[in-house]
Each structure stands twice: as C-alpha cells, then as structure tokens.
Design a protein around this ligand. Structure first.
Ligand code: ADP
Length: 549
C-alpha cells in the first residue's frame, strides 16, 4: 500500500502550445508581432489577431483533410503567416514540420518523403523548390502559398491554394483539442553528419518547458516589455524557440522575413525598437559592417544572443565598445530544442576587467535549470574534471533533449554512463570550468558549419571521389571571417592529369553551390590514424587559418 500523501494533490494541466497564444491574446494586448513581409511592407498585428487567424488556419487545414498526428510542412521565412502555422498546425494536433529551404533538392525531397507531409505551406519565393520534385512526393495532397492573393505566382502545380483566400472563408472559432502533453508538435530535420537528415520531434510539453526556462533572467531575460527579434530562421530549430517564448512573456516579436542583411536588419531594428536579437555570428558581422560603413547606431538594442557557433572575441568587443551591446553566448543543438547553455550578464561582471568579461562571453555559457551536462573521457567513459582544461565528449540530458530520432527504431543517439544512466551524445568536444562555463573545443562529428548551416564533410568527400582522377578526398572546416567556417578539400590524385577547375565543374553538378569548397589543395598523401581513418585534426591544426588574409 502506498503511504498517505505520497502523491501531490495539485491539478495536472497539460502544457500545450496553443495555450501560449491564448494567454498572450487574453492578457497582453500591447505585445504583438511586427513582420517584414515578402510583399515589401512592414506588417503589425496583435496576438489576438494572430490567434484568430491561427484558428482560421486550423479550420482550413481540417477542411483540406488534415488530421491529428499528420505532418504538415512549411517552407518559409520568418513572418506572421509562418507564426500562424506554428500555432494552427500544432494547436489542432498535427505536426508542424519546418523544412530548411537552403538544403539541396534531393534532401528536401527526402525529408518530405520521410515525414510523409500531406500539405505544404510555402512562401511564394520557395515554390520553385517544389515544382521540380512534386512528382516524387505522392504524400503531398495540397500546397498553400503564403502571399497576398494579388501576388500569387504562376505555376504548373496542381492542388494549389492561396493562404489568404483559404483562411478568409473560415470561422475564427476553433476549439483546440486537449492533447496529451507528450503529443508531437513540431518536427525539424538536422543534416549535421553523414547520411540522410534526421528528424527531431518536439512535444508540446518539451516546447513549453523550453520556453519557460529560456525566458528567465539568467537566460534570455524576456518580459512583456521586451522587443525580440529572432534572426535565426523559423525553419531552423523553431527560431530557437522565440515564437513560443515571446507569447509566453507577452513580448513583442519582430520577424525579419527574408531580410537578414545589414540594411534590412537596421531598418527593422530602428522601426520596432528591438532590444534583444538572436542569431549566428555571421549575421552580426554583416550588420556591424553596415552600421560602421553608414556610421549608424542601434541604441535600442541591449543584448545580442549568439549561438550556432563560438562567439568570436572581435564580435564581443565590437558590440561592447562600439554599441554598448552585451553579446550573450549560447550553446545548443537541434536535438536540444535548442537552448541549453547561456552566458547571461551578472552583477559580478561590473567589477571584472574587459578581458575577464570577454572570456565568459566567448565561452558557450552555463546550463539552464533542466539541462544536465557532463564531459566524458573517450577511452574510459568516466566523467572528467571541471577544470577548464580536460577535454571530453559532451553529453546532455533533460526534458527538452532528444531521446530518439523520428522513425528510428532504436535510441542509439543515447549512451550510458557507468551508472547505466542515459545521455545524449552531442558530438561536440568540450571543457567545463569550475564555474560550469562550457567551451566547445572540437567536434567528434565530421561536419563543417558555415553561416550556421551544416555541410557534411563526408558527403562532400564522397562527391569528390566520383570525379575521375581523384584517389582520395578529405574535407575539413577552416576558419572564415564571415561564415565562421568554410570547407577546404584535399585531394590525392592518381596518375591522370586533373585540374582544380575540373573538380569544381564536377562538384557543381553534385552539391549545392554554397557547399563548394573555398579551395582545393592537391597533396601527395593524407595523414591517417593507425586504423586507417583520416586524421583530420592534424590538417585542421595546420590549415585552420588558411583562409584568413
Ligand atoms: P544550432 O545551429 O541552432 O545551434 P544545430 O543543431 O544546427 O543547432 O548545431 C548544433 C551544433 O552547433 C553544436 O553541436 C555545435 O557543434 C555548434 N555550436 C552551437 N553553439 C555553439 C557555440 N556556442 N560554440 C561552438 N559551437 C557551437
């Protein structure tokens, strides 16, 4: 018999995504969404209006045959209609599958097929990505184009609908089903390592918990006064959760559309008085360059959250000294929803030298409550000391960390520690110091991260190996001032003559343009480990600064 009072006696309310927007609409009249539209203008509306339109979308999708558990894909920039998809789709119990338009055609096709998306909601500018592959996507029964009716593009696609025309006919009433909080809500594929992209399936509960943790003062510090702009795309890990965090806080959410360049960002920051922005280092380098050239300031901005790659010291310093902006370092992954560690500003920093403060700001921050992390020795699987020196495999766990990839029949992304406890293996190699600050020092996974997006070294090597005259190929990521990293291709030739141009021409037809290596270096031989694997660390050490002028 269980002892008396062994269970708490509080209500158990499911944590559901739709309630975030219901809450904002009911209690935060002043918050709302400001979007740069693809039509060219800047659009404003309240959370109340967003809720109504999300319900109209849920009704429209139901009419098109969508049911709970169905996957509904989006191919879109950061805009208010995409926001409505986040809520309309997950709210009705279907799964909002955000597709990255920067992937190349075969990958987009693979992802849609793997997810078996049955409806796609697509920005007009991405229709051309679907047209050539639609024949190979039998699961897709309808395509909804997200643009004003009078801007509808001409296309050969059947079963096409205009978003505005479709939702205009619908009721603004929709009763959100009271789902199990563990129900799937959103699906995002990551194409970090070799092989096919893998799906990460977030639940309602994991998403809401991630939002609760992320808005805290020691994390993003978001309140109803905040004006937040995710410059990280909504197709990439739900814009780091911002479309959920902002309504939870009643903050104003600013969505920059496709405008990620310096001038576009400046115009919107100035228009909306943005105070917090999020994005990868490349974006901020572009913005700073524009501000410097035009001699402009962005006084409303207090904090820039930087993740997806290490925060370069030059960026920390430029934001601090030239603009009085705090660079808030962040580490996370698609598999961790993504926010896990942050380096928030704290009082003790007032008494630190610039160097001491910048050291924290160039780390990856420390874990939020809910995230446990540890570094493990590769050989012994034992935890390593938190001394800021010992480098180990970074493993994490928590309620918004993945346990299994979508449709995988096992949970081999998890590893056990010596106590038999499960951890997610991040593929990053890191140090932790005595204050729990994390520093990513290398990667066990074989990838290049360019401007926040993955290039698979192995896929690129395999492509190069197909070129006549190539005996061995090796790709490493090397430092790049703008893109953080770019690929460098090493080739061991056979006896046939082979020119760089021939390799480039060959690769041009095999991989996306932005995957093409920044240089190709012919070598006599490549370094190998005792077991015959390419020893990339040696090459990375030698060539790390190769592209820095
Ligand atoms: P995101 O780009 O949103 O962080 P991804 O899943 O695309 O998510 O990439 C996660 C990977 O990016 C990490 O495993 C790590 O290799 C790299 N990364 C993310 N944040 C940092 C950081 N602060 N410092 C160094 N590398 C980072």
């Amino acid at each position: 018999m269980s002892p008396p009072f062994s269970l708490g006696q509080m209500m158990s309310q499911p944590l559901l995504i739709c309630d975030l927007l219901e809450y904002a609409a009911q209690h935060h009249e002043h918050g709302g969404i400001i979007s740069k539209r693809l039509e060219g203008d800047i659009h404003h509306y309240s959370y109340k209006e967003a809720l109504k339109r999300s319900k109209q979308l849920a009704n429209a999708l139901t009419q098109l045959g969508a049911k709970q558990g169905d996957r509904i894909g989006t191919l879109a920039w950061n805009g208010y209609r995409h926001f409505e998809c986040y809520y309309g789709i997950s709210g009705m119990g279907a799964i909002c599958h955000t597709i990255n338009p920067r992937l190349f055609s075969e990958q987009i096709e693979y992802i849609i097929q793997h997810a078996q998306d049955n409806i796609l909601l697509v920005d007009a500018c991405f229709i051309h990505l679907i047209e050539p592959i639609i024949e190979k996507l039998p699961s897709v029964k309808g395509i909804v184009v997200m643009i004003d009716e009078d801007h509808m593009p001409k296309t050969s696609l059947d079963n096409m609908y205009n978003y505005e025309a479709l939702i205009a006919q619908q009721s603004t009433e929709f009763t959100w089903p009271r789902l199990d909080p563990q129900s799937a809500a959103c699906l995002c594929y990551t194409s970090g390592t070799t092989g096919n992209p893998k799906g990460v399936l977030y639940s309602h509960e994991s998403t809401v918990l991630h939002a609760f943790a992320s808005r805290n003062p020691d994390a993003l510090n978001i309140s109803s006064d905040s004006v937040v702009m995710p410059v990280v795309p909504m197709y990439h890990v739900c814009a780091w959760g911002m479309p959920y965090i902002a309504p939870m806080a009643g903050a104003t959410l600013v969505l920059p559309g496709s405008g990620m360049g310096g001038e576009d960002l400046y115009t919107l920051i100035d228009h909306a008085n943005v105070d917090l922005m999020l994005g990868v280092p490349t974006v901020w380098l572009g913005l700073l360059e524009y501000l410097n050239k035009q001699n402009l300031k962005i006084p409303s901005v207090k904090t820039v959250g930087v993740g997806g790659a290490a925060s370069p010291r030059a960026l920390v310093e430029a934001l601090d000294k030239q603009h009085n902006i705090y660079l808030l370092p962040i580490w996370g992954m698609t598999e961790t929803s993504p926010l896990a560690t942050l380096g928030a500003k704290h009082k003790a920093m007032d008494n630190m030298t610039d160097n001491e403060r910048y050291k924290i700001q160039t780390s990856a921050g420390k874990p939020m409550f809910g995230i446990e992390m540890e570094i493990f020795d590769e050989q012994t699987n034992a935890p390593l000391p938190h001394d800021g020196i010992s480098r180990g495999l970074l493993r994490v766990r928590g309620p918004w960390v993945i346990k299994q990839y979508y449709k995988s029949d096992n949970n081999d992304c998890l590893v056990k520690d010596s106590l038999g406890q499960d951890w997610f293996d991040t593929g990053d190699i890191a140090t932790l110091d005595s204050h729990s600050y994390l520093r990513i020092v290398d990667r066990a996974k074989d990838v290049v991260k360019s401007g926040g997006e993955w290039i698979s070294s192995i896929d690129l090597e395999n492509a190069a190996l197909g070129c006549d005259g190539v005996n061995e190929a090796c790709v490493i990521g090397v430092k790049h001032e703008k893109w953080d990293e770019r690929p460098l291709l090493f080739i061991v030739k056979n006896e046939k003559p082979l020119a760089k141009e021939t390799v480039y021409q060959f690769l041009n037809e095999k991989v996306a343009k932005w995957w093409l290596p920044d240089d190709i270096i012919f070598v006599k031989e490549l370094p190998h480990t005792a077991t015959g694997k390419l020893q990339k660390r040696t090459l990375r050490d030698e060539y790390w600064e190769y592209l820095i002028k």
